[in-house]
Write a protein that binds this ligand. Structure first.
Ligand code: UP5
Ligand code: MG
Length: 190
């Protein structure tokens, strides 16, 4: 199997910090495959799967979908893809996600790319995104921020204690943020 031991980078940061935007740039420059856990869950809703309604309700409330659902989607996507390097965007979002992914897949991330951005800037971006996401309304956005602080930041702290976090100031313009991202992935890989 070609991608039995793929290189994985977790891309984390609050809602609207720019994870998806920067992942697209990394794909283009460094040849990674981008797997957004949120995109996979939204596709699962659209596909009419039996979990669809449950996933939709959780996303509307800003809650974290059970690990087994998200991990199954991520594992399938890795398996379906011939690449050996993946950006996993927006996952793991809590300690249980993190431990379950490691246990089930045996994969440890090479590092964690963390987009650090103040809430007021993230809120501005989400409210002006206009892509019809059911969670881009002020009530859900506030819930997403709280879940990020309570559940997702501890995951970033866990990896930080292992020296694995590469933190980027994500409040700057897209191009400036990408300059920092490029320096992390390294010119040799471009
Ligand atoms: N933008 C981007 N960068 C900018 C910059 N530097 N300056 C100015 N504007 C910038 O960007 C957001 C908006 O800002 C865009 O309009 C962009 O043009 C602009 P984007 O790149 O989309 O940010 P991103 O961090 O990807 O924001 P997103 O809303 O996708 O983050 P979330 O973490 O909230 O969303 P995700 O899709 O990961 O998850 C959604 C929900 O799914 C979760 O709340 C949860 O309910 C569920 N979920 C799980 O349960 N489990 C999972 O593992 C994953 C998701
Ligand atoms: Mg995103």
């Amino acid at each position: 199997v070609l991608n039995k031991n793929p290189t994985v980078v977790f891309v984390l940061g609050g809602p609207g910090s720019g994870k998806g935007t920067q992942c697209a740039n990394v794909v283009e420059h460094f040849g990674f495959t981008h797997l957004s856990a949120g995109d996979l869950l939204r596709a699962e809703i659209k596909s009419g799967s039996e979990n669809g309604t449950m996933i939709q309700n959780m996303i509307k409330e800003g809650k974290i979908v059970p690990s087994e659902v998200t991990i199954r989607l991520l594992q399938q996507a890795i398996k379906d893809n011939g690449n050996d390097k993946f950006l996993i965007d927006g996952f793991p979002r809590n300690e249980e996600n993190r431990a379950a992914f490691e246990r089930v897949t045996g994969i440890e991330p090479a590092f964690v790319l963390y987009f650090d951005c103040p809430e007021e800037e993230m809120e501005r971006r989400l409210l002006s995104r206009n892509q019809g996401r059911e969670d881009d309304n002020i009530e859900t956005i506030r819930k997403r921020f709280k879940v990020f602080l309570d559940s997702s930041l501890p995951v970033i702290n866990y990896y930080d204690a292992k020296g694995k976090v590469r933190k980027v100031d994500a409040a700057r313009p897209v191009e400036e943020v990408f300059e920092s991202v490029k320096a992390i992935f390294g010119p040799k890989n471009e």
